[in-house]
Ligand binder design. Structure first.
Ligand code: GLN
Length: 483
C-alpha cells in the first residue's frame, strides 16, 4: 500500500474499494510509530478513534451508504485548532492538559465530510516562531534531513505530510506559518485571503492577520480541502459571505496570457544563491507556458518585518492575557490566594519566545510609545496594501521565493531572534495586506534541501491562484522522500 498517494487519489481509491480505509489508517499509524520518534511531528496521536472511524466508513462504503467527500482520509491538525475530545495544547505548558469543549468550524466541516483526525501536530508555542523549535514538547525535525528545521510554526503539519504520516494537514498562518513549513518540507501550503476561512476555534495569536490554511502534497489536494473549509461562518463575523466557489473545477486552466510581477525586494540582496536561481528557473518556465513576467517594486516591504513584529506582538500580548491559569490551564500547584502573585507565577511558565512577544507587545502599546511604534506599524501596513492594490492593476500574480534561505540546522538561529524574524520577510506581506499566497515545492538544493516558490494573487482570487500554482507544480520534478 502506497502511503505517498495524494488525498484526492486516496478518495478515488477508497470510493472504488481498491483500498480499505481501515487498512490505510492502520498503515499510517504504523508509519507514525516508525518515523515519528525521529521527526516528532505529533503532540497527540488519536489512534483508537481513528481506527474506529475508519472501520465505520468501510462499512458504509460496503453497504453503499452516503459518505462524506473525504472518505476517511487521515489528517493531522495543528495543535492550536480546537478539537473536541482531543487535547489542544498550543505546544505550551500552559495548556498541557487542555481539552476544548467544542470543535473549531474547520474541524466540524471536515468531520461532516468524514475526514479522520489522526492526531494533533507540533508547532512553536502559540504559533510564535519560524522553526517549531519553540515547542514546549521539543522540536520537530525536517524529514528530508533530520538535522534541519522543518520551518514553522506549523512544522508538525508540514513534516507529517512530507513524511507520509497523514494525507494532509491544517496549519495556521499569521506571518508565514503555513508557507514556511510547506517550503522547507517540500509540500504545498496555502495562506488564504483574510476572511475566507473561519477562525472560530483557532486559538488566537494575532487575529487581524491570521488564517487557517491547508497543507498537502499537491495543489489539487489543497483546492479539495479549501472547498470544504472555506466560506462564511456565523460564529466568525470576519468571514466573508461571497457564495460558494469550487476551487477544484478548472484547476488545469493554465496561465497563458497572464501577467506575473516579480517582487524585486524579495529576490535580491540576502537571498540564498540557490534559492534565487530556482526562482529564476520557475519564472522562465512560467514564461514558456505563456505568462508574461515583469519586475515589480514594492518598497514598503523594507519596513514589513518591523511592522509585522510590532502588530503581531501587540495582538499577542492582548490575546494571551487570558491565560491567568484560573479559567483553564495547567495545575502548577501554586499555593496561596494573592491574585497577582498567583497569576504571575503561573505565567512564568510561558516559554522564552512567547514571553518576549508579550513584553514587546505590551511595550509598543504603552502610553508614550503607542504612536511611535504601533501606530507607525499600522501606517506601514496601509502602505503595503496600497502598493499591492497598485501592483494588481498591472499584474494578475506576484512571485517570489517562499523563504529567502534554505532550511537551516536545528539550533542554528535559536539564540538570535532577529535572524529568525528576518526569515519571514517574504511571507508576512500577505498577512499584513490580507491577500492570499501559496508555497509550491519547486526544486532541491545541491545539498538535498527543499526550495519552495511563492505565488500571490489579489484578495479572494484563490481560484486563479491555485490555477497558477498547479502550472508551477507541473513544471517541477521532485524526488520521493526516503525515510
Ligand atoms: N514566524 C512568524 C512569527 O513568529 C509567523 C508565525 C505564524 O505565522 N504563526 O510570528
Amino acid at each position: 500500500m502506497n502511503l505517498g498517494i495524494s488525498a484526492v487519489e486516496f478518495v478515488s481509491q477508497a470510493k472504488e474499494g481498491v483500498i480499505s480505509v481501515e487498512e490505510f489508517v492502520a498503515k499510517t499509524l504504523d508509519r507514525i510509530k516508525k518515523v515519528d520518534e525521529k521527526i516528532h511531528a505529533f503532540i497527540t496521536v488519536d489512534a483508537q478513534n481513528a481506527l474506529d472511524k475508519a472501520r465505520t466508513i468501510d462499512k458504509k462504503i460496503k453497504s453503499k451508504e452516503k459518505i462524506g467527500s473525504c472518505f476517511g482520509m487521515p489528517l493531522s491538525i495543528k495543535d492550536n485548532i480546537c478539537t473536541e475530545g482531543i487535547k489542544t495544547t498550543c505546544a505550551s505548558k500552559m495548556l498541557e492538559n487542555f481539552v476544548a469543549p467544542y470543535d473549531a468550524t474547520v474541524i466540524s466541516r471536515l468531520k461532516l465530510e468524514d475526514a479522520i483526525i489522526i492526531g494533533k501536530a507540533n508547532l512553536d508555542e502559540f504559533a510564535m516562531g519560524s522553526t517549531t523549535e519553540f515547542s514546549y514538547f521539543g522540536p520537530t525535525r525536517n524529514p528530508w534531513n533530520l538535522e534541519y528545521v522543518p520551518g514553522g510554526s506549523s512544522g508538525g503539519s508540514g513534516a507529517s505530510v512530507a513524511a507520509y504520516e497523514c494525507l494532509a494537514s491544517l496549519g495556521s498562518d499569521t506571518g508565514g506559518s503555513v508557507r514556511s513549513p510547506a517550503s522547507f518540507c517540500s509540500v504545498v501550503g496555502l495562506k488564504p485571503t483574510y476572511g475566507l476561512i473561519s477562525r472560530y476555534g483557532l486559538v488566537s495569536y494575532a487575529n487581524s492577520i491570521e488564517q487557517v490554511g491547508p497543507i498537502a502534497k499537491t495543489v489539487e489536494d489543497v483546492a479539495f480541502l479549501l472547498n470544504i473549509i472555506s466560506g462564511h461562518d456565523p460564529h466568525d463575523n470576519t468571514t466573508a459571505n461571497n457564495g460558494y466557489v469550487d476551487y477544484v473545477q478548472d484547476l488545469k486552466h493554465g496561465i497563458s496570457g497572464k501577467k506575473i510581477g516579480i517582487i524585486s525586494q524579495m529576490i535580491g540582496e540576502g537571498v540564498d544563491k540557490e534559492v534565487a536561481s530556482a526562482t529564476n528557473t520557475a519564472i522562465s518556465k512560467l514564461q514558456n507556458l505563456g505568462a508574461e513576467c515583469i519586475p515589480i517594486s514594492l518598497d514598503a516591504i523594507e519596513h514589513s518585518v518591523a511592522a509585522y513584529y510590532t502588530i503581531a506582538s501587540a495582538e499577542a500580548s492582548s490575546n494571551l492575557a487570558r491565560y491567568d491559569n484560573l479559567r483553564y490551564g495547567f495545575d502548577f500547584g501554586i499555593e496561596g490566594y494573592e491574585f497577582k502573585a498567583f497569576v504571575s507565577k503561573a505565567r512564568s511558565n510561558f516559554g522564552p519566545e512567547v514571553t518576549r512577544r508579550m513584553l514587546l507587545g505590551a511595550f509598543v502599546l504603552s502610553a508614550g510609545y503607542y504612536g511611535k511604534y504601533y501606530l507607525k506599524a499600522q501606517k506601514v501596513r496601509a502602505m503595503i496594501k496600497a502598493q499591492l492594490d497598485e501592483a494588481f492593476k498591472k499584474v494578475d500574480y506576484l512571485i517570489s521565493p517562499t523563504m529567502p534561505i534554505l532550511p537551516f540546522k536545528v539550533g542554528e538561529k535559536i539564540d538570535d531572534p532577529l535572524k529568525l524574524y528576518l526569515t519571514d520577510i517574504n511571507t508576512i506581506t500577505a498577512n499584513l495586506s490580507g491577500i492570499p499566497a501559496i508555497s509550491v515545492p519547486f526544486s532541491m538544493s545541491s545539498s538535498g534541501l527543499p526550495i519552495g516558490i511563492q505565488l500571490f494573487a489579489n484578495s479572494f482570487k484563490e481560484k486563479e491562484l491555485l490555477q497558477a500554482a498547479h502550472v508551477l507544480q507541473e513544471t517541477s520534478n521532485l524526488p520521493e522522500i526516503s525515510l
